[in-house]
Write a protein that binds this ligand. Structure first.
Ligand code: ATP
Ligand code: MG
Length: 498
């Protein structure tokens, strides 16, 4: 399955199209009224107002921009005079202006000073012209500006688009090309190389050969990009229609080895799945097969798909990967922690990687299904089954081999039956047991609760406060009699039959 590059708007002059949508043409204005209010204020005060970067690119593609970036010749202090509630955000000349409940970033045209850390300019210089500002941008399709005013009329004029680097031609051809000398631009800021593979995937564009060669030459510099920035690009890439377009580029250029060496090691590891394909091919197929996230949601399933077999290179022996899911879970945790991923995203991804190797059989009892839910976590079940479905597709198999859909239906049945599936669902809690049986908090109490839950998973009818208390008393008594020490709920906890 390949994703045809999204071509920009054919051969039409881009401005016709961008602006055909304005109110002057009697149609919906794609530019939010808050952005127009800001532009109007700037223009009336004698300044320039341009949309720049991704917003122009996306307007020309007929796609709603993720954010609206405005650029102007007005200096930050002037912006603060014109918009008294605005906040001067950073030393890069970005001012956040709130209009109609939305915050928009307005940036003063700037030159970048020299870069010594391969990431950020040492200083920025204001007072630049629009073309200087466009020249510091990363790719030609991101280096266009659109002059805007309070209403859409003037944008119908093709000269409203400023495009000094041929961004419209590249957009129409589906090409991602660095502005200026690619090697110099990537050495200035190595994040741009990660942005290149991200845009290749999100736009479905091909990377222009010189730009590609420069990434191959300098890929190791990407290891100095901060974890947070790597994560931002990775999550955007994973939300693309076909993430493997970017992942494969990252592997082939050496970027993957710079940011995720353990994943890069998957190349060349044999897999007995799709003939002629290796473990890395399997990972790419699995990621593509995992569902895209909803807008605004993190791409949890795609991330889990990317990492589900990360433990395989380290465990490979005699054609097997014994215990790869446990090793994979720790590698996943280590890497996502290094990237400063949000805790919940890390925990959910680790959980999916750890449990993705379950083996279901039609002979499972309902108790076994409940135990499976308890082990993986009720809220993770749908994701886990979706991950395995993608894993099947990535292995060249039918999506629901191994009875996945039947397991899903059986899990659903248990979840809807509102039986206890975890400690929170138990009709008794630790406090109850401490009071009733006079035992202290601690591991013994934890083991007792676990045993009660195991019994309830086998027989949901047992989940009644007084019955559980009776059982708990018997367990404690039996344990003290057995050990003679009073150590209740000992090592037998958690060993119920299937
Ligand atoms: P998205 O659709 O993901 O928002 P975008 O192109 O708008 O993509 P942003 O990160 O929002 O990307 O940045 C806005 C613009 O700023 C870019 O289009 C580009 O012109 C410029 N830009 C951002 N990061 C860099 C960078 N590291 N180097 C050079 N220019 C950059
Ligand atoms: Mg943007």
């Amino acid at each position: 399955m390949t994703n045809p590059p999204r071509r920009a708007l054919g051969r039409e002059p881009a401005a016709d199209r961008a602006l055909a949508a304005g109110p002057a043409a009697g149609r919906h204005d794609p530019i939010p009224s808050g952005v127009r209010v800001i532009a109007g204020t700037l223009r009336r005060a004698g300044h320039e107002a341009h949309l720049v970067g991704g917003s122009v690119r996306d307007l020309l593609r007929g796609v709603e921009p993720a954010d609206w970036d405005l650029a102007t010749d007005a200096l930050p202090e002037r912006l603060l005079e014109l918009f008294p509630d605005a906040l001067y955000e950073n030393r890069f000349g970005t001012v956040a202006v709130k209009v109609e409940g939305e915050t928009y970033e307005v940036t003063t045209y700037r030159h970048d000073g020299p870069y010594t850390d391969h990431r950020r300019p040492d200083a920025v210089v204001f007072g630049a012209r629009l073309d200087d500002d466009l020249a510091r941008r990363d790719f030609t399709v991101n280096a266009m500006a659109l002059a805007i005013g309070e209403d859409a009329d003037e944008e119908a004029d093709p000269s409203a688009i400023r495009d000094p680097f041929g961004g419209q031609v590249d957009l129409a051809a589906g090409i991602l090309r660095a502005v200026g000398d690619p090697a110099a631009r990537f050495r200035e800021d190595s994040l741009r190389m990660l942005r290149a593979v991200r845009f290749a995937a999100t736009l479905g564009f091909a990377v222009e050969p010189r730009t590609l060669a420069a990434i191959e030459a300098d890929a190791p510099l990407a290891s100095s990009v901060s974890g947070e920035r790597v994560l931002v690009e990775l999550l955007l890439l994973l939300a693309a229609p076909v993430p493997s377009m970017g992942l494969r580029l990252a592997q082939e250029t050496g970027l993957l080895a710079a940011i995720a060496p353990e994943l890069a090691r998957q190349r060349g590891v044999p897999q007995d799945k799709v003939p002629g394909e290796d473990l890395w091919d399997h990972t790419c197929r699995t990621v593509d097969a995992a569902p895209r996230p909803l807008p605004g949601e993190p791409p949890l399933l795609r991330l889990a798909a990317l990492l589900h077999d990360i433990g395989k290179p380290a465990t490979f022996a005699d054609g097997h990967f014994v215990g790869h899911e446990a090793v994979g879970a720790s590698l996943t945790e280590a890497w996502l922690t290094e990237l400063h991923a949000p805790r919940v995203l890390t925990a959910d991804t680790v959980n999916l990687v750890r449990h993705h190797m379950f083996v279901y059989a039609a002979g499972w009892t309902d108790a076994a299904v409940r135990r499976f839910i308890r082990r993986c976590g009720a809220s993770a079940i749908d994701d886990l089954l979706d991950l395995r479905t993608a894993d099947n597709v990535g292995s060249g198999l039918a999506p629901d081999v191994d009875g996945l859909e039947s397991l899903r239906a059986r899990c659903r049945e248990q979840l809807e039956a509102r039986v206890a599936l975890d400690l929170a669902g138990l009709a008794i809690n630790g406090d109850d047991l401490m009071k009733a049986l006079d035992i202290p908090a601690g591991p013994t109490l934890g083991r007792l609760l676990d045993r009660l839950l195991e019994m309830v998973l086998v027989d949901p009818m047992l989940n009644d406060r007084s019955r559980l208390l009776t059982v708990a008393r018997e367990l404690v008594a039996a344990d003290s009699a057995e050990s003679g020490t009073g150590d209740a709920a000992g090592p037998s906890a958690g060993t119920q039959p299937t």
